[in-house]
Design a protein around this ligand. Structure first.
Ligand code: SAM
Ligand code: SF4
Length: 460
């Protein structure tokens, strides 16, 4: 495993250097941003320095650099997905979560685990809105473990228009992870919540999640089990974000060193109020400006990793984060099982951005980005080491861009766009005009014609 004490030492030294200030600190920041602009990632020392940047001028320079690095890695596409909550039964005691075992309101409102048919109905509702990618989410309860998830993954693939299923489920053993992988799950995602052990212990007083080390080693088990794409994250607001984000970056560097692949995604979930919260407020308040800093530092430190922003954040901040290097957004999310088919059950936490997929896609387009419903890489095996290397070489950008065009065209052709058709058609036209490689442009135009003639699911 990676050495968490070393992360703590680097963080403390960097904080001291920041507090001392002066020209050597200013030089350090200048050089770290220069290194970031190369798009090859950062070491822990430079990442720590950028997480500690407090002057607005340097922050703005960093945001611009992060946006450029994002453009070079993935073009201007922004990938969209929806979470699908399968079950809110949970035997853990995470004090910040609406699903925790002691939550009486959840019990009163009826904990809910979706039957296979109900899960299919939820996925069908998402697909009817145009989603192609779903992230299945569960609480931790042995009755609704890996077998329960797998049955639903298989049914969703065989009965709905969802093309790739990812999973955010409690850590488990290598054999169970192998089963999940062979059911066709794309990304295995799990958040460490906080890498700071004393805070972790306070926040997770009961249940299997109490075990800090078991959770910290989950991604090594997932990669051992054959997952090539894994998603990591820290729950922002539990502890000093500078330490937690630095540790998440170190986590990805460790995975790359040991398994030859960086984390496929890093999420930036910020703590939100939940029913019967065990907290009075977030232990560490994190401002919107700091969310921009976190997004930008993740982006430049891990240029091949998707930076994921959920509907925990409002529309205005989500738009701003796109200009700081974010590359994936969820949309139209419900955090209660059955939420898309309008069944009542308790939410895990309240969301801020309530807009539909179409509204989010249109706003992405208005910000100058391309909304993308692409699911190609997982399905053609462009994953793990190969994905990391292809992105570092700069070869993903044109593929991402072309696939964003094809999936947006499909979305429009299927008449998913109602109020925003003009905006989305405008984004499509300018993306097609922007393709520089002429043979790629020809190939895209050919596939667009086929989509108009009724073919579907075309990609590069
Ligand atoms: N139960 C599993 C677990 O804890 O690993 C899987 C998914 S949990 C439903 C998804 C994530 O939601 C958690 O890892 C946590 O980071 C986040 N979460 C929980 N409560 C939250 C809250 N009040 N605000 C924001 N995010 C929260
Ligand atoms: Fe259960 Fe996950 Fe919520 Fe913790 S965060 S109470 S494990 S659903």
């Amino acid at each position: 495993m990676f050495d968490i004490d070393k992360i703590e030492a680097v963080f403390q030294e960097t904080k001291a250097a920041h507090d001392k200030g002066g020209s050597s600190w200013a030089d350090k920041i200048y050089r770290a941003i220069e290194t970031a602009s190369l798009g090859k990632g950062l070491d822990i020392e430079d990442a720590a320095a950028l997480l500690c940047v407090s002057d607005q001028g340097s922050r703005e320079r960093l945001y611009k650099t992060a946006a450029q690095v994002k453009g070079r890695s993935f073009g201007n596409r922004v990938v969209l997905f929806a979470p699908l909550y399968l079950s809110n039964f949970c035997t853990n005691g995470c004090v910040y979560c609406g699903f925790r075992a002691a939550n009486v309101a959840t019990a009163a409102a009826g904990r809910k685990a979706l039957s296979v048919d109900e899960a299919v109905a939820e996925a069908t509702a998402l697909a009817a809105n145009g989603f192609k990618r779903a992230l299945l989410v569960t609480g931790e309860d042995a009755r609704y473990g890996v077998d329960f998830i797998i049955e639903r993954v298989k049914a969703i693939y065989s009965k709905t228009g969802i093309r790739i299923v990812h999973v955010n489920a409690p850590p488990c053993g290598v054999d169970e992870l192998k089963e999940l992988k062979s059911a066709g799950v794309g990304v295995y995602q799990s958040f460490q919540e906080t890498y700071h052990k004393p805070t972790y212990n306070l926040m997770h007083p009961t249940g299997r999640k109490k075990d800090y080390g078991y959770r910290l080693s989950i991604m090594d088990r997932a990669l051992e089990a054959g997952f090539e794409d894994v998603g990591i994250g820290a729950l922002i607001g539990l502890y000093d974000f500078r330490f937690d984000c630095l540790a998440a970056i170190a986590h990805s560097l460790h995975l790359n060193e040991r398994w030859g692949t960086h984390a496929h995604t890093v999420s930036v979930p910020r703590l939100r109020p939940a029913d019967e919260w065990g907290l009075k407020e977030a232990p560490f308040q994190v401002s919107d400006e700091e969310m921009k800093l976190i997004t930008a530092v993740y982006r430049v430190s891990l240029p091949t990793t998707g930076v994921v922003v959920s509907t925990r954040e409002g529309a205005g901040l989500r738009a701003a984060l796109l200009h700081c290097g974010a590359s994936q957004l969820s949309a139209g999310s419900r955090t209660n099982p059955g939420g898309y088919s309008e069944k009542r059950s308790i939410e895990q936490f309240s969301t801020d951005d309530k807009r539909s997929l179409e509204e989010v896609m249109a706003s992405i387009a208005r910000e100058g980005f391309m909304p993308s419903l692409c699911t190609t890489c997982y399905r053609v095996g462009r994953v793990g080491h190969e994905f990391t290397q292809t992105t570092l070489k700069g070869d993903m950008e044109r593929l991402c861009q072309a696939n964003a065009i094809l999936t947006l065209k499909e979305y429009i052709e299927d008449s998913r766009a109602n109020g925003s058709r003009e905006t989305l058609e405008g984004a499509l036209r300018s993306a097609i005009n922007g393709i520089k490689d002429l043979s790629m442009k020809r190939a895209v135009l050919e596939k667009l014609k086929k989509l108009e003639q009724g073919e579907r699911d075309l990609f590069f």
